[in-house]
Design a protein around this ligand. Structure first.
Ligand SMILES: Cc1cc2nc3c(=O)[nH]c(=O)nc-3n(C[C@H](O)[C@H](O)[C@H](O)COP(=O)(O)OP(=O)(O)OC[C@H]3O[C@@H](n4cnc5c(N)ncnc54)[C@H](O)[C@@H]3O)c2cc1C
Ligand SMILES: Cc1cc2nc3c(=O)[nH]c(=O)nc-3n(C[C@H](O)[C@H](O)[C@H](O)COP(=O)(O)O)c2cc1C
Ligand code: SF4
Length: 694
């Protein structure tokens, strides 16, 4: 086997630590710790499992040095008391048993503390208006000098506990929105004392004192890394964000204070809000100031140029992060722009990717589609889950074991539910066939990809991965075959899994003569031919040249497909004056981080002058527009050339009902199992759970 990514798989030293390759697991908060912040079986199983695949180093998620003030929410891994050392010791051992070095990212929420943790007010260098994420943070109070010194000592003592627990080092979190960066940022630090931003000495005082004290306590061989923002991108006026030149100077000072490596991330305000996740900058449309940044995303290394400048400024290793592609990571190392490549979400989508990459099995890697569902779960303070990989974080409860009795399994429907069920059932040794009336696999994900494009959610890559895996596993794929009870009886399976998707509800439309109304179901039928021939990407691109429906289109349906349909139309030059819905609840199925970009004051919907009106009664649709009565009884007409009616859905248990009593085992999964869309998340998760049981 020839190694494709030789730079990524070359060894490197950080301080005295030997890394066998340059793939590093990023610090990501998963909420797998126990409710009291101790480390139990779940978190140990997760990180131990990641180590098994042989990355160069693992960074344990942001863990807090002070409780409650250091926590943005709970459960965070706690480092503020010796009583947490036994759990931490088990966590370190779980990773070390596979010979992989491991450091703990230590943080303090500072301005990001939530009063929901234990009441009170967040504390920060200054009493600032909350940064960046609209509505996420409360207004902080200014810390006294004594409080700053107290936090510094607690932070260094937390590092010492990590050393006592057997970790190889720590990564001091001085990036993004947490306390460390709040000292470094002119946007957030208005102090007038010697912890202020008047000059670089003061600005870096907190960080450099922290590094020195940690070194003093933990000794010369203990690795001390720093995660920092290589720039605070901003379109705010005045622009107070840290420049890349300033970040280079900050990195130099951290090195001089004794840091062993720099982890170079980014942060942003205005158009660059949340640019540590480069995908979010371009959703739902790339704002003009971010066009160059967006081009970098396509290239596979959005945050690399600024990181390369940091690397030029210091001698210690510098790692890059942020939607890295494997090829770009390898190239950036080879070209001397970064020393190590840090991956976050890719480890969730496929924890085995370092091993697969090392073995030259890149095609077997389930790529992160960048949907950011995981981040959304994190922000609802639930244990993080991946939409595409239902096994991530569930190592204790979901294990693929050979089936006791091998069965003939027939899966009807090749959407995400059917595909995942077929994959897992076949891995367990069952004889599996999958059937779909469509000409290709993917189910509704093809239509979703057609509507959304692939920039922010690469669903076609997910479909392709299934195609490859099912082929390798010998699953028999029958396309263009509408399955009926008769088909099934002829096949004589032991198990039938109905993954037939939801049933679209055909609306009773109050249409007057000449009105133009398209339903998404009609469009799906029309698009399915083009999708089968050209694929979602090309078919979607063709609609940029021609799309019927007139210039001004009202969308009826404010759930995820409705919102995506409005984006689709706007991106093709249509005017969408409103999204209206009979349902009183808007944005069903829209993940929270997307909502932040869409619905907050000044967000995309407001910028594009799209009203969202829920709880209406639709009175009539004429050739001139749509008339409805609002929840408070007002009649309103919006003029438009046509209406796009987004079909609602209900569960689809007809086939399963016909089969019960005629086939030994019949199950329903995915969208077919409930009245509201469960989306890709429910499809893959319900499928894997079932396939582990049969
Ligand atoms: C426009 C649009 C945008 C969307 N955007 C998103 C999004 O951004 N994020 C997200 O998570 N979800 C999104 N969804 C929803 C998501 O695609 C579905 O929730 C998901 O695909 C459901 O998976 P499933 O496998 O249960 O069903 P489906 O994907 O619907 O697959 C069911 C399959 O069964 C086949 N089938 C049905 N009956 C038979 C039969 N008798 N014989 C043979 N084959 C049969 C169908 O042809 C179909 O291929 C979107 C959906 C649409 C339409
Ligand atoms: C669910 C989730 C949790 C995260 N938690 C942290 C964290 O604890 N500390 C941190 O510095 N960054 C955190 N991040 C940011 C990641 O470390 C990483 O920088 C980001 O996801 C971009 O890298 P990627 O494109 O490889 O995922 C988190 C990201 C996600 C998606
Ligand atoms: S949920 Fe989406 S973004 Fe997060 S790891 Fe999974 S595929 Fe990637």
């Amino acid at each position: 086997m020839t190694q494709k990514y030789t730079s990524l798989f070359s060894p490197i030293k950080i301080g005295k630590l030997h890394l066998k390759n340059r793939i590093v697991k990023s610090g990501q908060w998963f909420l797998y710790a126990e409710p009291d912040g101790s480390c139990g079986d779940r978190i140990a199983a997760w990180y131990g499992g990641l180590a098994k695949s042989g990355p160069g180093m693992i960074t344990i998620e942001e863990s807090i040095c002070e409780y409650p003030w250091g926590a943005s929410q709970m459960p965070h891994v706690r480092l503020d008391d010796d009583k947490f050392i036994p759990g931490l010791t088990r966590l370190a051992a779980a990773v070390h048993q596979h010979g992989v070095p491991v450091v703990v990212q230590i943080t303090h929420a500072g301005p990001a503390y939530s009063s929901k943790v234990a009441g009170g007010q967040p504390k920060a260098p200054s009493s600032i208006t909350p940064p960046s994420e609209p509505g996420l943070f409360e207004v902080a109070r200014e810390m006294s000098r004594d409080e700053i010194l107290d936090v510094l000592e607690k932070w260094a003592q937390a590092a010492l506990r990590c050393k006592k627990a057997g970790f190889d080092g720590v990564e001091l979190h001085q990036a993004h929105y947490a306390l460390g960066n709040a000292f470094l940022s002119r946007r957030q630090n208005k102090r007038t004392d010697d912890f202020g931003c008047q000059n670089m000495d003061n600005r870096t005082r907190f960080g450099t004192m922290l590094i020195r004290r940690t070194r003093e306590l933990c000794g010369p061989d203990f690795v001390i890394g720093v995660r920092m923002s290589n720039k605070e991108w901003s379109t705010e006026e005045p622009n107070l964000g840290t420049t890349n030149e300033e970040a280079c100077e900050i990195a130099r000072r951290f090195e001089a204070a004794g840091a062993d490596y720099i982890q170079s991330s980014s942060y942003g305000y205005g158009a660059f809000t949340l640019c540590a996740f480069p995908d979010l900058v371009t959703y739902p449309e790339t704002p003009p100031p971010a066009r160059e940044f967006a081009a970098r995303i396509d290239h596979g290394g959005a945050l690399i140029p600024e990181t390369a400048n940091i690397k030029k400024s210091v001698k210690i290793p510098v790692s890059g992060v942020g939607r890295l592609s494997f090829a770009e990571a390898d190239r950036a190392i080879r070209e001397g722009k970064i020393d190590l490549a840090v991956f976050g979400r890719q480890f969730m989508a496929d924890p085995e990717f370092p091993k697969k990459l090392a073995e030259g099995r890149e095609d077997d890697i389930r790529k992160c589609t960048r949907c950011l569902h995981c981040l959304s779960v994190m922000w609802t303070y639930q244990p993080v889950q991946c939409r595409c990989n239902p096994f991530a974080g569930n190592e204790l409860t979901m294990v693929i074991k050979p089936a006791e009795k091998k069965k003939k399994v027939m899966v009807v429907g090749a959407g995400p539910a059917g595909l995942e069920a077929a994959r897992v059932a076949s891995l367990r040794g069952h004889s599996v066939s999958i059937w779909d009336s469509a000409k290709d696999i993917g189910g509704s994900m093809n239509m979703a990809a057609f509507i959304k494009g692939t920039e922010n959610d690469d669903l076609p890559s997910f479909i392709d991965w299934f195609r490859g895996q099912l082929k390798k596993q010998g699953v028999k794929i029958n396309l263009g075959r509408t399955v009926t009870a008769a088909t099934i009886e002829a096949e004589k399976p032991d198990v039938v899994i109905c993954a037939v998707g939801a049933e679209a509800i055909e609306p009773e439309l109050p249409i007057r003569e000449g009105a133009r109304v398209n339903t998404t179901e009609e469009q799906r039928r029309q698009a399915s031919k083009a999708l089968g021939i050209f694929g979602a990407k090309m078919a979607s691109a063709a609609t940029k040249i021609f799309l019927p429906g007139g210039k001004r289109i009202v969308v009826v349906g404010s759930d995820l497909p409705g919102i995506e349909a409005a984006q689709f139309l706007v991106k093709r030059g249509k005017e969408v004056p409103a999204i209206i819905d009979t349902d009183p609840v808007p944005f069903k199925g829209v993940d929270i981080q997307w909502l932040l970009k869409l619905a907050f004051p000044g967000g995309w919907l407001e910028q594009r002058k799209i009203r969202v009106v829920n709880g209406v009664r639709i009175d009539e649709i004429t050739k001139d527009g749509i008339t409805f009565t609002t929840a408070d009884g007002k009649k309103e007409t919006i003029t438009c050339d046509s209406v796009l009616w987004v079909n609602k859905h209900r569960k689809n248990d007809r086939l399963a009902g016909e089969l019960r009593g005629r086939v030994p085992e019949v199950y329903t999964i995915g969208d077919a199992m409930q009245d509201e869309l469960g989306y890709v998340f429910n499809a893959t998760h319900s499928a894997a759970e079932l396939a582990l049981k049969i």
